[in-house]
Write a protein that binds this ligand. Structure first.
Ligand code: HEC
Ligand code: HEC
Ligand code: HEC
Ligand code: HEC
Length: 201
């Protein structure tokens, strides 16, 4: 085939370039779509498969944690921590620790818009669940590594996940009362009842 500076040859090159960039664009878009963080789906969605963990978690203070932001609730504890007795239910400074996924696009926004994400729910410790819950649904023998890749957090692996709320700028740390001291090992046990897994993962 002889090379012509214009005509067929140029058209062919243009066509190849167009296809090439279309494929690149496709990879880029698909890549972004698949690596994008999973969404928060709320504890009710985990409940249907993990009823025992749900029921015992529901009995902890974490589940009802949003209530503590209301005026007239835990007045003494608030006073001791230097807080006023007022309505904190729309205060971003409190919501980030007393709700699930606050500040994330699919997380808690306000009690009016996202009541199902109030309190410290499953996904506050296990990570946003839309993708790993799908995986668990499809295959109960799923591999742990695949679940991790889909966003599942195994809380005992990193204390930092807890300390984002239990340390730093929490008004309720051991400086206020030794009862708020965070002992990682002990607290892991008190998150909910732990049931041995049936399948290897
Ligand atoms: C999103 C913030 C947040 C994260 C993350 C978090 N916690 Fe908490 N946790 C809270 C809040 C808020 C309370 C207190 C609830 C209340 O009294 O309002 C609490 C309370 C608790 C309690 C007391 C439950 C009870 O009824 O006595 C335990 C145990 C606990 N957390 C363990 C953990 C562990 C372990 C981790 C990490 C794996 C963790 N938490 C991560 C916010 C969080
Ligand atoms: C950095 C995270 C964080 C922020 C911010 C935060 N809290 Fe909390 N709050 C916690 C944790 C963790 C606990 C539980 C402490 C424990 O049980 O050891 C808690 C407990 C409480 C309690 C229960 C105390 C008790 O003795 O039962 C109240 C009430 C409360 N918070 C109100 C608030 C209010 C109001 C704000 C905003 C002004 C706020 N919190 C901001 C993390 C936070
Ligand atoms: C405060 C943190 C915390 C919250 C909130 C939490 N978990 Fe867990 N979860 C744990 C810890 C800790 C383990 C033990 C595994 C590990 O970290 O090694 C665990 C383990 C599990 C397991 C494995 C089997 C078992 O029982 O140990 C399941 C299933 C589970 N959680 C489901 C849930 C569901 C459903 C919710 C909400 C209703 C929830 N978790 C809320 C901390 C939490
Ligand atoms: C359709 C059912 C289903 C849903 C929905 C579901 N799970 Fe699971 N999950 C499973 C099954 C099945 C297992 C494996 C249980 C076993 O082996 O005993 C599992 C295991 C787990 C484990 C242990 C993983 C490991 O490797 O240690 C955690 C933690 C967990 N689920 C948390 C959650 C949370 C949090 C939600 C909600 C966001 C959720 N799951 C939603 C079915 C489900």
């Amino acid at each position: 085939m002889d090379i012509k500076p214009d005509g067929e040859g140029v058209k062919k090159v243009k066509k190849i370039m167009t296809v090439f960039f279309a494929v690149l664009f496709g990879i880029a878009v698909f890549g972004i779509a698949t690596t994008e963080a999973a969404d928060y789906i709320g504890a009710k969605k985990c409940k249907m498969c993990h009823i025992k963990q749900f029921k015992s978690w529901e009995a902890t203070t974490m589940a009802g944690s949003f209530e503590n932001l209301k005026a007239g609730v835990k007045v003494e504890a608030k006073k001791k921590a230097g807080l006023a007795d007022k309505d904190y239910t729309h205060d971003a400074g409190c919501l980030k620790c007393h709700t699930t996924g606050y500040g994330k696009p699919s997380g808690f926004k306000s009690i009016e818009e996202t009541p199902d994400l109030a309190g410290v729910q499953c996904e506050g410790c296990h990570g946003p669940g839309s993708e790993y819950a799908e995986l668990m649904k499809k295959d109960k023998m799923f591999k742990r590594a695949d679940a991790n890749a889909a966003g599942l957090v195994i809380p005992s692996e990193d204390e930092k996940g807890c300390m984002s709320c239990h340390g730093g700028d929490s008004p309720f740390t051991e400086k206020v009362d030794p009862a708020y001291k965070f002992n990682f090992k002990e607290r892991l046990e008190k998150t909910h009842e732990h049931i041995p897994l049936k399948n290897p993962h």
